[in-house]
Design a protein around this ligand. Sequence first.
Ligand code: CP
Ligand code: NVA
Length: 303
Amino acid sequence: MKKRDVTRIWDLRKEEILFLIERALQIKKSRRWEKSLEGKILALIFEKPSTRTRISFEAAMIKLGGSNIFLSTKDLQLARGEPIKDTAKVLSRYVDAVVLRTYAQETIEEFAKYSTIPVINGLSNKFHPCQVLSDIMTVIEKGKDLYKDKIVWIGDGNNVAQSWVEASALLGFKLILVCPKGYEPDSELLKMAYEEYKAQIEIFNYPKEAIKGSEVINTDVWTSMGFEEENEERKRVFKDFQVNREILSLASPSAIVLHCLPAHRGEEITEEVLEGEQSVVWDQSENKMWLHMALLEFLLHNN
Ligand code: CP
Ligand code: NVA
């Protein structure tokens, strides 16, 4: 069978995403699974730091009976200029799947093109697909209806937001994006979402009106990894886009607040909201592991 990659949400089909979420919820609820990946090896190659993605993938693999090899790119010959395609071909002879966290999305796509094993995007400058799969799992787990409830992204139109754009387009649910002018998701991506998927995505540049009545409020840091030199400027631009008590009071009283973490308390979200009753961030983090179990089963059983 042809190997499958998850370099972005649009590598998957709608039914596959719904299956993965259902399977992850089932594993989580029943706490029962087979050690079906015994003898399989997952390589994790990261150019940037990670707590959740790395450890949840490693834990998922171990629970399923497999093993992990973690390497930062500076430990590989990649750091000395060995081509990505050579690394991809060689790793395909040693391990069964690879998770990559890179600056450039193109690195992941190039790796996927030349490897014969599944390649999973563990975050790039453009996308964070696995994050959004487990975020949607959390939205469903908390009883929200993707197709009826108002789902809002507030903040930077970054890698996580862009994976939400792809998910909204592919699954066909409405998404409201509230971003400062100039910080919306990539216009080419949005164009594709509207033209090819007839996406129902609305963009606002001011928070208040857009938040009204929302059931799901999702945010992320104002300065993603790789954009550190813009930090001071971003703090100025984003100051009215903080998820705080006032913003939350405009949402539905039963709204939930998501943040993929790590959070910068006092910037994109207040301590009070992050630790408050409407925050689901700790369950959201946990769900990365269950979703990754479902994803590894799916990719490695299909290969
Ligand atoms: N949410 C997330 O991807 O966190 P890490 O950077 O810790 O992996
Ligand atoms: N948008 C953030 C997500 C971190 C998990 C970043 O890229 O730094």
